[in-house]
Design a binder for this molecule. Structure first.
Ligand code: NAG
Ligand code: NAG
Ligand code: NAG
Length: 397
């Protein structure tokens, strides 16, 4: 279970790398499935916010988000989506593979493609059956792979948000890197940045990690909580998990075209409303610098622009395991963010609480209606002895 984590600082374990030499890289074929999506202009227009009551018209439950043609059962959790060249990828965390109840293997990550936007539950897994339980969608470094031969020292690479799309064929995605100690407890080792490069003509995906850690556990992990791209600028949101107990959201931004060059990044101070080129080195809580604070402690979520609301929305689960999708909104990526935590949908609880809330408007960017009126939601459901993602379509009134 990823939700409850012991966050011990291990900054002394932080290791850099020789720049330009990837610490891990892998390429694999993907099924030739395309799901054309419509790009909308993600831009707030000055004037009125619309439909601010966030009234929900109805919710369509698609059940399990999975590949219904796969003869294996995949027990997995968490994840996030990424849309490149009319393909929507779903990335998942700890994946246990079994067949008729018999264990076949385990990997830290698996990835699937959305099969059909009309049915948000349908995926097509990306793995040859011969590699189930061996194939890892996000590559380990040599040291991570070596330690992961034992369940007591294994690494976990976990994400709970969507990628940052850089172009039609490239994206970056931030993943927490944790290491298990004595089997059950984990320490936070830092955050890695996976780069995705899709070759759409040959249906091949390359995943590269330039460095083991892009952020140390002591830094704000910008982009690991949420991101939104507006007019060529990526806004990257970080949770302060250490000092604010996941209540404060800090913000950085960078031109999409220079995102992989950290010197182009700027860091926001909400107290003065200014951007600085100096990356904060937090040593205590700094709520006044945060764009969201004292709203609720956050678990996971996504930020995007909704034309239907003429607002940026943060759709999330809080950290109180109450199974409810909620929304905060703002007229700009910087804010001011609302603090009312409006409930959108109360997900049915299994044997334990739900977690890993995700949402994306990409499935229904027009759908005969204004973009943002419909939203695809996903979350991890915990059943007796297993956990898996479920999919919903939410329609605003
Ligand atoms: C996605 O598909 C649409 C419709 O087929 C097409 O017009 C568009 O160019 C495609 N986009 C990319 C990035 O391939
Ligand atoms: C809070 O953040 C601002 C902006 O990054 C910085 O100037 C200030 O020194 C920080 N304060 C503390 C107490 O860390
Ligand atoms: C994109 O727009 C077309 C034409 O309006 C529509 O048929 C299609 O369903 C839209 N795609 C999505 C993903 O909403």
């Amino acid at each position: 279970m990823h939700f409850v984590r012991s966050i011990l600082l291990a900054s002394s374990l932080f290791a850099g790398s020789i720049h330009g030499t990837p610490v891990a890289s892998t390429s694999y074929p993907i099924p030739s499935i395309v799901t054309p999506s419509n790009k909308t202009s993600p831009e707030y227009y000055t004037g009125k916010l619309k439909n601010s009551d966030f009234e929900v018209h109805d919710v369509l439950d698609f059940g399990i988000l999975k590949d219904y043609n796969n003869e294996y059962n995949l027990d997995r959790d968490g994840g996030g989506s990424c849309t490149l060249s009319n393909r929507t990828f779903w990335w998942f965390c700890d994946t246990i593979v079994s067949e008729l109840g018999i264990f076949k293997g385990f990997t830290s990550n698996s990835v699937a493609l959305a099969l059909n936007y009309d049915h948000a539950g349908w995926l097509r897994d990306i793995s040859a059956s011969s590699t189930y339980g061996i194939f890892s969608a996000i590559p380990f470094t040599e040291e991570e792979a070596e330690n992961s031969k034992s369940i007591f020292t294994r690494y976990g690479i976990w994400t709970y948000t969507d990628c940052v799309v850089l172009s039609d064929t490239t994206a970056v995605h931030f993943w927490d890197v944790v290491q298990f100690t004595a089997g059950a407890n984990t320490i936070d080792r830092g955050t890695t940045m996976a780069m995705y490069t899709l070759d759409p003509d040959n249906n091949e995906l390359t995943v590269t990690r330039e460095e083991q850690f892009y952020y140390t556990p002591a830094q704000y992990a910008y982009g690991a909580f949420a991101n939104v791209v507006v007019n060529g600028i990526a806004y990257l949101y970080a949770l302060d998990g250490k000092y604010s107990k996941r209540q404060d959201v800090h913000l950085a931004c960078a031109p999409v075209s220079q995102l992989t060059d950290k010197s182009s990044w700027r860091y926001y101070d909400a107290a003065s409303g200014t951007w600085s080129s100096t990356q904060p080195s937090p040593s205590e809580r700094n709520a006044s610098a945060a764009v969201i604070s004292n709203s609720m402690p956050f678990s996971s979520g996504n930020i995007y622009y909704s034309e239907y609301h003429n607002q940026y929305l943060l759709v999330f689960f809080n950290n109180w395991i109450d199974n409810k999708f909620r929304v905060l909104s703002a007229p700009t990526p910087v804010g001011p963010w609302s603090t009312d935590n409006t409930v959108l949908y109360d997900t049915p609880e299994g044997i334990l609480y739900n977690y890993g809330a995700q949402s994306t408007p990409v499935y229904y960017q027009t759908d005969g209606e204004m973009a943002g009126k419909n939203l695809m939601l996903a979350y991890t459901y915990q059943d007796i002895g297993s956990k898996y993602p479920k999919a919903l379509k939410l329609k605003f009134a």
